[in-house]
Design a binder for this molecule. Structure first.
Ligand code: GUN
Length: 292
């Protein structure tokens, strides 16, 4: 039987713990943790993601501050907004939803976020900490969510051959470093890889994060592999992952569904990172055993 790695159960458990911990702090008279979400423009997918993040904050008792800015905003105006958030006492986490409009310098914006509040983990300082295995940094939310998902289902990573398809800076690259932390042997494939199948067929754990619907077919997967699908594409009104789920699930020992696999874990990781920032900024300590 193939194990379906659905993200709802681990997400619910972790979010219940977060909620309980926050209520302990607020009953002691501390303020709630706060997340600022900056959305520029009106990309429909981004609007949905942002709505989900804000809803998740509310459900665990976190404050959220949505700043919805016009798509014509300049880089300078966006930096002014961030300068304010960077210093605001009640803001523990800052998330700038990506992608930004073409005319905005994305790298400049990310590097301007206060790294102590960079709950996305995209700031060069946090990326550097990921390289250096300095655990006080923020780990990007999707890689962290995948790690938590694997842990929840008791899937061993140490010594495994992990193959990641997609070298993007939001998922593929940081995930490769996190899997190295976990003592995996890591391979990254990308658009210039000559023969992706040669690598994917050898994977004990195969992760696809490309956004190409049904890129991963059954003949590209080793019998018994663990398959993690990070892709979300909308094709003719249907949500499709990177993996041809129905065919691949016959070969895999475990596989994530899309939707309902990695997605909920990403949002949960954002809450964990925001709580991590809050604890540090408020100098409070967790009484639970959770260690994000
Ligand atoms: N766009 C797609 N994924 C992400 C993410 O994890 N964080 C942000 N800020 N934008 C995204």
């Amino acid at each position: 039987m193939t194990l379906i790695l659905e993200g709802k159960t681990p997400s619910r458990i972790i979010r219940e713990n977060i909620k309980r911990e926050i209520s302990e702090y607020t009953s002691q008279g501390f303020r709630r943790p706060g997340l600022a979400v900056v959305l520029v423009g009106d990309d429909p997918a981004s609007q949905i993601y942002v709505k989900n993040k804000i809803k998740a904050c509310r459900e665990v008792g976190m404050d959220s501050f949505l700043l919805h800015l016009d798509k014509s905003i300049t880089t300078e105006e966006l930096l002014d907004t961030l300068a304010d958030l960077n210093t605001r006492e009640e803001v523990d986490g800052i998330l700038v939803q990506l992608p930004l409009p073409q005319h905005i310098d994305q790298n400049e914006v990310i590097a301007f976020i206060n790294p102590e509040k960079d709950v996305d983990g995209f700031h060069p300082r946090n990326m550097g900490k990921l390289v250096a295995k300095m655990e006080d940094g923020f780990i990007p939310c999707t890689p962290l969510g995948i790690d938590l998902l694997l842990r929840h289902y008791g899937i061993e990573v140490k010594g495994k051959d992990v193959v990641i398809v997609g070298a993007g800076f939001i998922v593929g690259r940081p995930l490769s470093l996190l899997m190295l932390w976990r003592d995996a042997t890591v391979t990254i494939c990308h658009v210039h890889t000559k023969d992706i199948t040669k690598f994917t067929r050898e994977a004990d754990i195969l992760v696809s994060a490309t956004g190409v619907p049904h890129l991963i077919k059954a003949d590209m997967v080793k019998e018994g592999a663990v398959v993690i699908d990070v892709g979300i594409s909308k094709v003719g009104g249907r949500i499709l992952g990177d993996v041809d789920f129905e065919a691949v699930k016959e070969k895999a020992s475990a596989i994530t569904p899309v939707p309902g696999g990695v997605g909920p874990m990403t949002v949960t990781s954002l809450l964990l990172n925001t709580l991590k920032s809050y604890r540090r900024r408020m100098r409070v300590h967790s009484t639970s055993t959770m260690k994000p």
